[in-house]
Design a protein around this ligand. Sequence first.
Ligand SMILES: [Zn+2]
Length: 149
Amino acid sequence: MKCPYCEHSKTRVIDTSHDTRGGTRRRRLCDNCKQRFSSYERPILATPMLVKRDGTREEFSRDKLLAGIRIACEKRPVAATDIQRIAGEIEAELQQLGRAEVKSRQVGDQVIRKLKELDEVAYIRYAIVYLGLNDLVAIREEIDQLLAD
Ligand SMILES: [Zn+2]
């Protein structure tokens, strides 16, 4: 790391501490001007880009994901904290894949799976939007499957 005072590229780490948010703070000493400074490192988990059905790419948006789940859960006995949790879990699962891109379908599948455990009506609503109203057969199959379970 470059010294912020003289831009010399050789600096020494003289102390390292970790904080509760997974960050690392290092005290450094410049070999050239002997000034001390701190640096802070934190892990950045990248969320993969979503590849849509038509092949276009879209950045993952937690807000968009939340909005979709909220609409499905409207007037249902689903706690706001559960909605936040689902969105958080899905985002974390995507990050853990460690991939540059995933099909947006995969995100939809994850939402459907989680809503199924949470609220049947919200699950069917989401499935209708996600599968598309045109695909009534697929929706019918989802409902039949749900009633059979
Ligand atoms: Zn320096």
